[in-house]
Design a protein around this ligand. Structure first.
Ligand SMILES: Cc1cc2nc3c(=O)[nH]c(=O)nc-3n(C[C@H](O)[C@H](O)[C@H](O)COP(=O)(O)OP(=O)(O)OC[C@H]3O[C@@H](n4cnc5c(N)ncnc54)[C@H](O)[C@@H]3O)c2cc1C
Ligand code: FES
Length: 282
């Protein structure tokens, strides 16, 4: 176990930030189709965070159930921090039904952000489902800090066209390619088909890729396998269930290649995909 967790965001991108409990009013809730919601909070003091970091969020009026805050990637930080929510159980249902003006507690920023992309690498973002949120934050950060660098390539996959929330936001800062398993939008098939084709293209064009991925475990496992086969660096953002979010409950172990565990909340969520034993589930 790793002693007192550090939530500092080191590196050249902005000042280090320490985790804080923010009591924030919900400014607005926007529905995207029937399954997704974007919650935008109002912060008097900007919430400082780097792309890939997350928050533990809980409604002030939730009472005893659900008892624990829920981990959510930050879609934006600053004075209008936001999250993208898909309903899977009680906590996300409460978030998806929240009313403007309601108070939420956000513990943030938490976890390790995405690593910066070296100038000689082309960022390739591979997204599935709500995994798009930290990748949109990353695409925005790359656009802000990488003047003159090649535009990221974003590959976004879903079962069907209704499961591509915030595709336009992603397209604002990246060259977007879409795949749906039922062929209702973009290429027919899984996002990995797009990835293999894109990596071939980049190699032919003499460009060296660096992959960043977030989405369902099975998708990230397949992306990690393709990256390993081709020797392409790949970082994955883990969405392992968490109880505390900052290293005290030991509730988020993830199996490492070669044995042992890492704790997703403090050693992730953004990790080198090659360090994870994907056969045991992240
Ligand atoms: C770092 C991080 C970032 C995340 N970012 C987002 C995000 O941007 N948007 C978003 O909608 N969700 C995100 N998640 C997942 C989200 O935290 C869970 O969906 C949520 O905690 C479920 O709470 P619940 O009360 O609705 O469901 P619960 O009642 O707790 O669970 C309902 C069902 O979902 C399963 N489940 C719960 N949590 C997870 C999980 N993490 N992965 C897979 N299955 C799970 C449970 O096993 C159960 O079957 C993130 C998780 C992590 C760790
Ligand atoms: S969620 Fe508690 S240690 Fe990671």
């Amino acid at each position: 176990m790793q002693g007192e967790p550090t939530t500092s965001a080191e590196g050249s991108l902005g000042a280090p930030a320490r985790k804080q409990l923010h009591a924030l009013r919900l400014g607005r809730r926007d529905s995207i189709g029937s399954a997704y919601q974007v919650l935008t909070f109002e912060a008097a003091e900007p919430l400082v965070a780097r792309a890939g970091q997350f928050t533990m969020v809980r409604g002030a009026a939730w009472g005893d159930a659900p008892l624990l805050a829920r981990p959510m990637s930050l879609l934006t930080a600053g004075d209008r921090p936001s999250i993208l929510v898909k309903v899977v159980g009680e906590g996300t249902r409460r978030l998806a039904q929240a009313a403007s003006g309601e108070t939420f507690h956000l513990l943030a920023p938490l976890g390790k952000p995405w690593s910066p992309c070296p100038a000689d690498r082309r960022p390739v973002l591979v997204a599935g489902g709500v995994g798009v949120a930290p990748l949109i934050f990353l695409a925005r950060e790359l656009a802000a800090t990488g003047a003159g660098s090649p535009r990221p390539l974003a590959l976004y996959g879903a079962r069907t066209h209704a499961d591509l929330p915030l595709d336009r936001d992603l397209a604002e800062h990246a060259e977007l390619r879409i795949a749906t398993e039922d062929g209702s939008r973009g290429a027919a098939g899984r996002v990995t088909v797009l990835l293999e084709a894109a990596l071939d293209e980049l190699v032919q064009a003499g460009e060296a890729p660096r992959i960043y991925t977030c989405g369902p475990d099975r998708m990230m496992a397949a992306v990690a396998a393709i990256a390993a086969e081709r020797g392409v660096p790949c970082e994955a953002s883990l969405e392992t269930p968490m109880a505390c979010g900052y290293g005290v409950c030991l509730g988020c172990p993830v199996s490492k290649q070669g044995g042992g565990y890492l704790y997703a909340c403090t050693e992730g969520p953004c990790v080198d995909a090659a360090t994870i034993d994907w056969t045991r589930g992240a």
